[in-house]
Design a protein around this ligand. Structure first.
Ligand code: NDP
Ligand code: 8X3
Length: 253
């Protein structure tokens, strides 16, 4: 029987590329996000291209009740989940800590940390029932080194690293793998969201070097799911060749 992956934040960027990669490899998909029209378009495109079953769920991961309701009311045929990819997330603003906007901080914490925890808690009974499964949490190089004006975003990603460690320990007894993947700079809608629609500020982030593409990240994420049941990649950092870590880039021009 085909395996099933549930991907949060599948309407854009990494999540959309994960959906395409897993569909191309025979997975059934549960794709989630807030933008229903995009989920529907991705469903139509991928089911036509790969002849695979796709279920869409639209909810805001910040909304605890909506998150639990969406997962708890999954049709029986969709309750056998093999892989959960906690990918939904965002940065908002890039400001000194004394200038930063409190609402931006709350949205980042509520989405990147609390949202990830709500989705995991809601899906866990389904994984535990099967005494196997794989949770993949998308962190960031921002979890590894804090950069200037990265304050709250870096804190949320450090928290993703910490909660991944905690999940790995606590879920040992259920045979569930937990992998944290930490990508470096990748060109998606991330910077447009971070700079609140200012495309020129967003595109400057990627000037002078070739960043990761969402497909590069999808390749690595998918790889972690191909290993035997007794092998788990715990923590993995990937960057483009022009990036050493959160702080050091080689930019030309
Ligand atoms: P995009 O902005 O392209 O995609 C973000 C996705 O998250 C969208 O599908 C969006 O869907 C979803 N999302 C955001 N907020 C919510 C919410 N409250 N509820 C449900 N879904 C939500 O960014 P990326 O693909 O780049 O980012 C994906 C993840 O990767 C994030 O966690 C980000 O922090 C991380 N990351 C990104 C890097 C980069 O350089 N791009 C590098 C390292 C990590 P919708 O708006 O439809 O709800
Ligand atoms: C996204 C990459 O460098 O903007 O997590 O923090 S960065």
């Amino acid at each position: 029987m085909a395996k099933t992956v549930l991907i949060t934040g599948a309407t854009a960027g990494f999540g959309k590329a994960f959906a395409a990669k897993f569909a191309a490899n025979g997975y059934r998909l549960i794709i989630t996000g807030r933008r229903k029209d995009r989920l529907q378009a991705i469903k139509e495109q991928l089911s036509a291209a790969h002849n695979t079953e796709i279920l869409t769920l639209h909810f805001d991961v910040q909304d605890r009740n909506a998150t639990f309701k969406a997962i708890e009311t999954l049709p029986a045929a969709w309750q056998n989940i093999d892989v959960l990819i906690n990918n939904a997330g965002l940065a908002l603003g890039r400001d000194y800590v004394d200038d930063a906007n409190l609402d931006d901080w709350e949205t980042m914490i509520n989405t990147n940390l609390k949202g990830l925890m709500y989705v995991t808690k809601a899906v866990l009974p389904l994984l535990i029932k099967n005494t196997k499964g794989h949770i993949i949490n998308i962190g960031s190089t921002a979890a590894k080194e804090v950069y200037e004006k990265g304050n709250a975003y870096c804190a949320t990603k450090s928290a993703v690293e910490a909660i991944s460690k905690g999940m790995r320990i606590d879920l040992l007894r259920h045979g569930i793998k937990v992998t944290a993947i930490h990508p470096g700079a990748a060109e998606t809608e991330f910077s447009t969201v971070r700079f609140k629609g200012d495309e020129s500020q967003a595109s400057k982030v990627y000037d002078g070097f070739q960043p990761l593409s969402p497909e590069d990240v999808a390749e690595v994420v998918f790889y972690t799911t191909t290993l035997p049941q007794h092998v788990c990649i715990n923590d993995l950092v990937l960057t483009c060749t022009a990036q050493a870590n959160s702080l050091y880039f080689y930019k030309q021009g």
